[in-house]
Design a protein around this ligand. Structure first.
Ligand code: DQQ
Length: 539
């Protein structure tokens, strides 16, 4: 038996992998760490064709403590190969003695370079590590930290996490922070060599007095994991194409629009990811509109994105747990990485999100449900036959009448009478109002009802919801179920959450609870698994 070094480490290290693998609630086609704890995506990138996913990792157990950088690579964004741990905390006097916290990977004229937050005691400071050409071994700079202290004369709430890009032959960096009494912020720096940094000022400052702490778009007292990119997917320093236009659908976002993503944090509480659309120019970001990034809130936290070699902006996020911390510790694992998402401009001036199309490679058995019209008065239990499973990819094209409400149930177990005793319900509703032409409303709501998702005690079963554009009542709905991980996309608006059904049922149902809905298309696939053989805690 291995020695236990932390009071929370109740599971011996050599049992963690087997415990984690035995948990039926553990996702099978989302990336998870070999065992132990996983949180933020870090250093997401594509390097000479290969995708790299680093992540916040504690192999000691399923709790957040003395974080390392785990590492996995992929050639297809679907299957992942575990690689050796990239960064580990240094000796007791080093800047990262207590953890290698979040950061990014950049290409410094051919040299892979990580910029991350070294934690010492209760504080973090920017550090740099240089990679071997294969990105598998990393050497920390002796001059770490590369920024000795947060800006002087600013009363900050916290200071960590990085966004780094090249602009006009120099490097620029944002470090997430917050100004006490004002709000979250990102401090802007400039450098010629990634080692010596000049402070330029705050890029943009939030207002934490606006709204209530419980609001789903409250901007927090600190911004974690800031991520700045062009709305067309490019890096902030890139020029738009000559026309200044965005590719694809016409959008309120133009060729000069930028996006500033952050995760709203307050005094140890991870609230939710948000983004501003606006304009980055000179040394400031002028925010135009604030948006919720994922209606699941904390279940898609600390997202980080990169532009791949084909020009797509691809984002990963951390799907936190929603069950009691002790349960995760005993299960031997905690934390799921989202499927990679393509981020593109939407016609309403916000962003459109979709899982990368590569995920379709995991589809196995296919069932196509016949088109139908379902009405509230006529609907029975709504069980959909021929489709079931704990790992599913569902695609529906729906047309809701004004005022209609439709519910798709997944992960269902029903009793002998056909009553669902466990069910996770994805609900879409269209507003009843008509516009001046008499056409029905083009607004609606996506809601995840988790009230019956688990018979287990101590599980978060709160509902989540957010607005969805519904032109003509039409909704393209994608629901991806991977045991305890659920990712939903309704007309490009995501809602991610965790659910913990105890009975293991994989039933599906579709019901009209108000009005009439046309089911134009309903395709369902079971999904494969991405980890075949036993994994190593330290690959
Ligand atoms: N997690 C990291 C921090 C970051 C936070 C530490 C966000 O760098 O601010 O594991 O989840």
């Amino acid at each position: 038996m291995t020695e236990l070094t932390h009071p929370l480490a109740t599971v011996p290290r050599d049992e963690l992998v087997a415990r984690a693998a035995a948990d039926p609630l553990r996702p099978r086609f989302h990336f998870v760490s070999p065992a132990g704890w996983l949180n933020d995506p870090n250093g997401v990138s594509q390097w000479e064709g290969t995708y790299h996913l680093f992540y916040q990792y504690n192999p000691e157990g399923a709790f957040h403590h003395r974080i390392l950088w785990g590492h996995a690579t992929s050639t297809d964004l679907v299957t992942w190969k575990d690689q050796p741990v990239a960064l580990s905390p240094g000796g007791p006097d080093s800047t990262d003695a207590d953890g290698c916290w979040s950061g990014v990977l950049v290409n410094d004229a051919g040299t892979p370079t990580i910029v991350y937050s070294g934690r010492h005691g209760e504080h973090e400071l920017p550090c740099v590590a240089i990679g071997s050409p294969d990105l598998l071994s990393w050497t920390k700079l002796p001059e770490n930290p590369v920024i000795a202290a947060p800006p002087a004369d600013v009363d900050i709430t916290a200071y960590r996490d990085h966004c780094v890009w090249e602009e006009g032959g120099r490097w620029r960096q944002l470090v997430g922070s917050g100004i006490r009494g004002r709000g979250g912020t990102a401090f802007l720096y400039e450098s010629t060599d990634l080692r010596t940094w000049e402070y330029l000022g705050p890029l943009c400052i939030g207002d934490s007095s606006r709204g209530a702490r419980t609001d789903p778009d409250w901007t927090g007292t600190m911004w974690e994991c800031v991520d700045l990119f062009r709305a067309d997917g490019g890096a902030p320093g890139q020029l738009p194409d000559a026309s200044g236009a965005l590719g694809g659908a016409p959008s309120l976002l133009d060729g000069d629009s930028h996006v500033l993503v952050f995760s709203a944090w307050d005094d140890g509480v991870t609230h939710h990811p948000l983004y501003w659309t606006g304009r980055y120019s000179g040394d400031v970001f002028e925010p135009h509109a604030l948006h919720r990034l994922d209606y699941g809130g904390r279940y898609f936290y600390a997202p980080q994105s990169f532009q791949d070699e084909s020009g797509r902006r691809i984002m990963f996020g951390w799907l936190q747990e929603g069950r009691e911390a002790d349960t995760s510790v005993e299960a031997g694992w905690s934390g799921v990485m989202s499927l990679p998402r393509v981020v593109s401009p939407d016609s309403d001036g916000s962003l459109f999100f979709a899982p990368v199309p590569e995920i379709a490679a995991l589809r196995r058995e296919h069932v196509s449900v016949a088109p139908d019209v379902i009405a509230a008065s006529a609907s029975g239990p709504g069980a959909v036959t021929g489709v079931s499973g704990l790992q599913l990819d569902l695609e529906l094209e729906l047309e809701l009448d004004p005022g209609a409400v439709v519910r798709l149930g997944v992960l269902e177990t029903r009793d002998a009478d056909g009553t669902a005793i466990e069910q996770t319900a994805v609900e879409l509703s269209r507003e009843d109002a008509s516009d001046s032409n008499g056409a029905g409303s083009s607004h609606g709501t996506l809601r995840l009802d988790r009230t019956r998702s688990s018979l287990e005690g101590g599980v978060d079963t709160d509902s989540r919801e957010g607005p969805v554009p519904m032109p003509g009542g039409r909704v393209s709905l994608r629901v991806i179920v991977d045991r305890s991980a659920v990712e939903i996309f309704a007309n490009g608006k995501p809602l991610t959450a965790r659910v913990y059904p105890r009975l293991g049922g994989g039933g599906i149902s579709l019901d009209a609870t108000e009005g009439t809905t046309r089911v134009v298309r309903f395709d369902a696939w079971t999904m494969g698994e991405i980890f075949g053989s036993e994994r190593l805690l330290f690959p």
